[in-house]
Design a binder for this molecule. Sequence first.
Ligand SMILES: C[S@@+](CC[C@H](N)C(=O)[O-])C[C@H]1O[C@@H](n2cnc3c(N)ncnc32)[C@H](O)[C@@H]1O
Length: 207
Amino acid sequence: MSKPPIVKDAYALTSAEAVKELYRDWAVSYDIGFSVSQGYQIPREVALAFFGAEGVGPVLDVGAGTGLVGEQLAALGDVTIDGVDLSAEMLAVAATKGHYRDLIEANILQPLPTQQRYIGIVSAGTFTLGHVGPEGIVGLLDVAEQGALFVIAVNAEHFESAGFAAMLDDIHNRITDLSFKDIRIYDDRASEDHVDDMARLIIFRTV
Ligand SMILES: C[S@@+](CC[C@H](N)C(=O)[O-])C[C@H]1O[C@@H](n2cnc3c(N)ncnc32)[C@H](O)[C@@H]1O
C-alpha cells in the first residue's frame, strides 16, 4: 500500500480533482496518523472561539473532513451541525461519529445544494495553501442568516499570499464585529518543518 499523504502534499494541490484524490487516500488514517500524531489543534480553537462569541446553531462546518470540528463543537456545547466537503471518503468517516445532522458532498466554490440557512459558519484546515482561497468566504455569505457568526481558520501564510485582507475589505459593508485571533496550528508533537505554523481565526457576524 502507498504511504498516506503528508501536509506538504496537501499544500501543493491545484484542483478540486486533486483535492478529492488526496483526501480519498487520507480519510482512513487522517485522525490518528495526522491529527493526533501532529497535535493538530485548530478544530478545538475554532470551537472555543465559536462558543466564546456566543455562537448558536444550526452551524455549517465548511470542509468538515472527518468531523474533527463537529467533535469539538459537540464536546463543548449543544448545537445542530451540518458539514460540507468535497471528499465523500472524508465525510464517510465524519458520519460514523454521529455529530452531524446532514453531510453534504459539494464544492464550496460553487452554489451549495441546500436551501438551509445557517446562523453559524465554522471552518478548520480548509482555507489553506492548495485548498480554498478568500472567494470561498464570500460565497458562504449566501448561506448565512442575518447576524450569523463566522469563525474561519485561515493558514497564516495563505492569509497573506491569497489576499484575505483585501476580501474582508471588499465585504466590509456585509459584516460587522470583525476580529482576529492568531493560533498555532499544531502543538509540540508536530514535525520540525510545521511545528511553528500559524493560523488566523477570522471572526465576524453578517449584517
Ligand atoms: C485539512 S482537511 C480539514 C478537515 C477538517 N475540517 C479538520 O480540521 O480536520 C481540508 C478539507 O477541506 C476539503 N476541501 C478542500 N477544498 C474544498 C472545496 N472546494 N469544497 C469543499 N471542501 C473542500 C477537503 O476535502 C478536506 O476534507
